[in-house]
Design a binder for this molecule. Structure first.
Ligand code: NAP
Length: 336
């Protein structure tokens, strides 16, 4: 089989608004060196973090010129030298720093992690970031038991819908705050117990719905006044975990919730965990999360698929308020 010689990639040469900054570029692929793998990217989602990375606002930046895309699924098409336990044809995650919004990529073999064979290729393409994040939110901050309540804002997000589905299978109830109640029926179908408009009355309405029982844990990916609302929902001493800032406004935390209720303000950044965790720990968490998703039939919803060439439409779709799921880049001939 002849190997591809050219690669098409969505690249940026300076930080800025993705629609203005990204360019579709074609480059020669360099020859494969020992210890490297040539990857054919099968599918890659557009996540909020991708936009922040291109915009220069994310916690970890690639120095431009760089290829965009923090996660994706790829097939190994060739190996340089020893296989290091990898096989041609195997599906792996694209390492974040290499960029997944491209047709081919060359990656060091020791940075490759196997993608879950039991999930579909599209689901696996979204497996690196959001499923481990949702899992860690529910497991790393407090010991939850069946019947406990967790609360979250931006419940329509991919992470939010994963939290709803995982919590439901663990017997944990969810209070879900959303920007529009148009999403309520879908969230309830996924297993949401309470869905409320994320406004000034949300905390009061939520406590009425639970009969006054407060949440043991809350997740904030919005910021601003929404985070304040979550404070009001938390039982004394419980963690409020911030892991995103979709409305870009600072989150005010009135001192009274820290003093009288001892709310624990915490943060999660899954990228930092990936950087620090030993390989065995990452493989073990992947195995646990992906097996759980497979058995419980948990999926990340998909709104649309686009080829790299249609990146302007894809970017616009990914940023539409009320979009129904993730937007992915795929190639028509990739089988994804
Ligand atoms: N810290 C970490 O390790 C980590 C890992 C994964 C994700 N995240 C963060 O988690 C968040 C969700 O990621 P995702 O991939 O699940 O997102 P997603 O599927 O693209 O969904 C985006 C969500 O943000 C909401 N939203 C957008 N703009 C908003 C605004 N101005 N005010 C309030 N809500 C707004 C959307 O609400 P509508 O449905 O109403 O449009 C939707 O619920 C992001 O902030 C992401 O960066 C962090």
């Amino acid at each position: 089989m002849s190997l591809p010689e050219r690669n098409t990639a969505l690249r940026y040469h300076e930080f800025g608004e993705p629609a203005k900054t990204l360019r579709l570029e074609t480059q020669d692929l360099p020859p494969l060196k020992g210890g490297e793998a040539l990857l054919e990217v099968v599918a890659a989602p557009i996540n909020p973090a991708d936009l922040g990375r291109i915009g220069g606002t994310y916690g970890e930046l690639a120095r431009p010129p760089a290829t965009a895309g923090l996660e994706g699924l790829a097939k190994i098409v060739a190996l340089g030298g020893e296989s290091q336990g990898l096989q041609v044809g195997q599906h792996v995650f694209v390492p974040s720093h290499i960029g997944s919004w491209q047709s081919y990529a060359i990656a060091p073999c020791d940075e490759l992690y196997p993608a879950p064979e039991k999930l579909s290729t599209r689901q696996a393409a979204m497996g690196w970031v959001n499923p481990p994040t949702a899992w860690k939110l529910l497991h790393d901050f407090t010991q939850l038991q069946a019947g406990d309540i967790v609360a979250q804002n931006a419940a329509t997000s991919a992470v939010g819908k994963l939290v709803i589905q995982i919590a439901r299978h663990l017997g944990i109830k969810t209070i879900n705050l959303v920007r529009s109640l148009d999403s309520a029926k879908r969230l309830e179908e996924l297993g949401a117990d309470i869905v409320l408009l994320d406004d000034r009355n949300a905390a009061k309405a939520a406590l009425e719905a639970t009969g006054g029982t407060k949440a043991k844990l809350a997740f904030n990916s919005v910021g601003g006044s929404s985070a304040y609302g979550l404070c009001k929902l938390l039982a004394n001493g419980s963690p409020l975990v911030t892991f995103g800032g979709m409305d870009r406004a600072p989150a005010p935390f009135p001192t009274r919730y820290l003093i009288f209720n001892d709310i624990q303000l915490r943060g999660l950044w899954v990228s930092a965990w990936y950087r620090k965790a030993p390989r065995e720990e990452i493989l073990a968490l992947h195995n646990r999360v992906f097996s759980f998703m497979e058995k419980a039939k948990i999926e990340v919803e998909i709104a649309a698929l686009y080829p790299l060439e249609d990146f302007q439409e894809a970017l616009a779709h990914a940023q539409l308020p009320g979009k129904t799921g993730k937007v992915l880049f795929t190639r028509e001939d990739s089988g994804a």
